[in-house]
Design a protein around this ligand. Structure first.
Ligand code: PLP
Length: 231
């Protein structure tokens, strides 16, 4: 695993250098769905500092086993409103906020434990029917409506593009997210909206993270390339 992580870091360095970005501006979120606690511990010992879980129940099962392991927990799966109370307890960043209703519930639950919950807005690029996420044209409304939630902090955007073997076919999804980020930044006018930032872009997985980095990714979500094929 150490070798695999070293190889990924090399590829991140190369991709970042090729577009004049600092390699340190890209963080690996090691995707740990189906990965048992002891393998996560091994990954952390090999240099991983952030993990991404996709299912609340699975994360809860591992969370106690890994108490004391120095790693930041991110949530990258679809989050149901009724699981928000568990999510705010475990995760430093929730990548997949896709409705005002969910943001509101996270705000309520975060307030209960005296926390400001960092979130990303999941965007549905190209209005794919099967995908969750907020449509590009609705994101400004989402930001305006959620500005009143004092216990959540928007930090950026996230996308899960449809699957293609060829990363070049995925590239337009990544560049669309970066363009949307620019539009949002340019539209920060009201004081309420100055409290949000969209600096983080969560995009890129094992098969396409180099292209995602070229398009501005700051958080690459990598499972298979770290842990091997999932069963
Ligand atoms: C599983 C998963 C990944 C990681 O995929 P790999 O191809 O194994 O790197 C990334 N993001 C999300 C949202 C996932 O569910």
């Amino acid at each position: 695993m150490k070798e695999r992580i070293k190889e990924i870091l090399n590829r991140i360095n190369k991709a970042a250098s090729s577009c004049n970005r600092e390699p340190e501006s890209v963080s690996i979120v090691a995707v740990t769905k189906t990965v048992p606690a002891e393998r996560i511990r091994e990954a952390v010992a090999s240099g991983i500092s952030v993990i991404g879980e996709s299912y609340i129940q699975e994360a809860r099962n591992k969370y106690d086993l890994l108490s004391g392991t120095p790693v930041s927990w991110h949530f990258i799966g679809h989050l149901q409103t009724n699981k928000a109370k568990y999510a705010v307890k475990m995760f430093d960043l929730i990548h997949s906020v896709d409705s005002v209703k969910l943001a509101e519930e996270l705000d309520i639950q975060a307030k209960k434990i005296n926390k400001v919950q960092n979130i990303l807005i999941q965007i549905n690029i190209g209005r794919e029917e099967t995908k969750s996420g907020i449509n590009e044209e609705d994101v400004q409304d989402f930001i305006k409506e959620s500005a009143r939630f004092q216990n959540i902090a928007v930090k950026g955007l996230m996308v899960i593009p449809p699957f293609f073997d060829d990363p070049e076919i995925v590239r337009p999804y990544f560049s669309s997210l970066r363009i949307l980020q620019g539009k949002i930044k340019n539209s920060f006018v009201s004081d309420a909206m100055r409290s949000i930032s969209v600096d983080e872009l969560s995009m890129g997985m094992s098969g396409d993270f180099e292209v995602a980095i070229e398009e501005g990714s700051t958080l690459v979500r990598i499972g298979t390339a770290v842990f091997g094929e999932r069963k």
